[in-house]
Design a protein around this ligand. Sequence first.
Ligand SMILES: Cc1cc2nc3c(=O)[nH]c(=O)nc-3n(C[C@H](O)[C@H](O)[C@H](O)COP(=O)(O)OP(=O)(O)OC[C@H]3O[C@@H](n4cnc5c(N)ncnc54)[C@H](O)[C@@H]3O)c2cc1C
Length: 800
Amino acid sequence: MTVPSVVIIGAGVVGAALADELSARGWTDVTVVDQGDVPATGGSSSHAPGLVFQINGSKTMTEMARYTVEKFVELDSFHQVGGLEVATTPKRLAELHRRHGWATAWGIETHLLTPEECAARHSLLDAGKVLGGLHIPTDGLAKAVKAVDAQLTRARERGVRVLARHEVLDVRTEGGRVAAVVTDQGEIPADIVVCCAGIWGPRVARMVGMNLPLTPLAHQLAWTGQVPGLAGQTVECSRPILRHQDADLYFRERFDTLGIGYYGHRPMPISADDILSVDEAEVMPSVLTFTPDDFAEAWSETQELLPSTRSAKVEEGINGLFSFTTDHLPLMGESPDVKGFWVAEAVWVTHSAGVGRAMAEWLVDGHCTTFDLHECDVNRFEPHQVAPDYVLARGCQNYVEVYDIIHPLQPMREPRPLRTSPFHPRQQELSAAFLEASGWERPQWYAANAPLLSGRDIPTPGDWAARYWSPIVGAEAQATREGVAMYDMTALKRLEVSGPGAVAFLQRLTTGDVDKSIGSVTYCLLLDHDGGIRSDVTVARLGAQEFQVGANGNLDLDWMERHRPADVFVRDITAGTCCVGVWGPKARDLVQPLTDIDLTALRYFRGARGYIGNVPVTMLRLSYVGELGWEIYTTSDMGLKLWDTLWEAGRDHGVIAAGRGAFTSLRLEKGYRSFGTDMTFEHDPYEAGLGFAVKLDKGDFIGREALLARKESVTRRLTCLLTDEVVMGKEPVYDGERPVGYVTSAAYGYTIGKGVAYAWLPASLADPGQAVQIGYFDRRVDAVVAEEPLFDPAMTRLRG
Ligand SMILES: Cc1cc2nc3c(=O)[nH]c(=O)nc-3n(C[C@H](O)[C@H](O)[C@H](O)COP(=O)(O)OP(=O)(O)OC[C@H]3O[C@@H](n4cnc5c(N)ncnc54)[C@H](O)[C@@H]3O)c2cc1C
């Protein structure tokens, strides 16, 4: 492709970053259009107070923030005054330790401070009110409009056109591709259009029929008059930017006054269609009138924490609009339906330069190597997750929860229930404790299994790991290894790939050799062109031209759709089907009498179609828990019958229903990786311990060439650790005092009687026997690298 012509809609901090990054890579046929004046357009960037707190539970978001800081410093658009997050409750203090752990894991320097040290850093603080703090020396204040200006200036110097006061009215498409952007001042031809329209995003995306799951919400920002403690200050800011998450507040200085941002008020969503135009708006389109009543509590909490404000007044304020999504993460990528229409939406100033870089790499190179974007891809959502009601409810909830302490297993409260498997009524009868996965109600354990606890000594983990947990989890795990258990696997994404070109297509898309006999099942990977893992999949050949692919999520479907030739059909069959895993040493005793399939002849990693009682089924002999058994699929209408048939027959064999808690424990004992947690786009199969799933000699496939180089340069490894205490994931790992990696998945292994944690470590520290430590809140947990898998390395259970 010759260098394409690009139109960027929106000259906010995101559009400007993208223009700069694209032009730096030689793409200079770029036009940035904005309905407002440039650089202060009237969008969210024009009034953002610009606090950049880098720490985030997401590694990607933290890395994007770090890049933004580095770039803004270089552009002289950043006051690097540091950041300070304070705790006024013991729970928050523990959370600050957790955040210190994330920072350390993702490579950002942070320091935990005593109350006195907090007050020494920020003299307005009442040390008596805080229990401690987290100091991030590289945080600070971004000058968003200045950064817009600096990036657009650089881009202009390279040939980029910036058109202020051009309102985009439509995006014209031809043959499923973008062709031009229609503005109130004429048409601009385009091969690629990138929507960086912020809160207007849904309106612009709709021009090409795209439903962008984003909610603009009003957020209160107030400014005080002079604060005595700041009197005489002649620099804009000198103290760290400050967060008081217990009261949903943040603060920044502006000379001798203070800016106060507040997330504690009622959610105030607005439709993108109701935002006023540049000329209609009194101040600017993204600014609504301040509602003082909503700010009352914020002001009294401010005065509590910062006594010097007691004699000051709130002098001005805004209800400023910015974007929220259903999962707190941005929306990046290309429309699934209209080629050349891209979005970079729901991005904070904090991450803007990182997002600009990521988008530029993606557009220019076809993939992003600097950041792992699997959490940010706009195509990640299940169909129900873009329903307007869902988007609004989740957007509002996420606004309220911005500063809340969220447990890794905490399910969304509303809207629930959304998706229920056919087994749901029986699971309710067994008093399942449901969590939520991609909208599915998924049992974590079953209270009806409480009698299994008798005679077992299930260790209780520490307070944090004991949330969304019951000792029954341990009993279910052990009972699976002893007898037989039924696991609802319906939430697992299933795709049907069929058609004359199906074999060639899957050979090209996956790392495995799937051109095997009918009934074969192949565990393999989808790679990106740079050799990074996009997903791990099981490909079952059910016919000459028919495959069932066990996948991880909607991105797999999207990836396949983008690559499929005309003679291949890809269909998401998840919703119309269901799956129960029947696993354990007694699984064959339970299932064989019910089916016409010879289960002894059906070897490990083979599949067959047949019947269980009256129920037509597809059975795949696979097991993530490392026990004999099958994933048994049928259509949703027959699901309940399938469950009941197995359950009834299982009584004689002591069958239990078991939940996801047990599943995770058993999975880790067997060393089975989970995409998105253990490995992501940034990792290659060799580092992740999945080299066995790559058949380099089968012919060409996407990512093969890049892999050949990566194979020889493995410097880090996904490593199995044994611990005495259960951790939860994302904790830093130390070699002495040196942070060397981070935990991915973790659980207690109820068979082996030890805590298990998988972690990314330098290859030099990944040999069995190596002692390391895991940073867990305010403690260090000893860990030792173990040979894997921890359970049944000879695979006698699975092949038995
Ligand atoms: C009160 C408040 C405080 C905030 N504080 C912080 C903070 O401290 N730290 C932080 O990181 N973030 C903060 N944010 C969030 C941050 O401001 C935004 O997320 C960010 O500025 C969004 O940048 P953007 O480029 O995506 O959007 P915008 O800056 O809104 O840019 C989008 C542009 O698209 C243009 N546009 C839209 N539709 C059209 C059209 N049809 N034709 C032509 N042009 C169009 C608009 O005119 C606008 O200029 C805050 C937000 C608010 C409201």
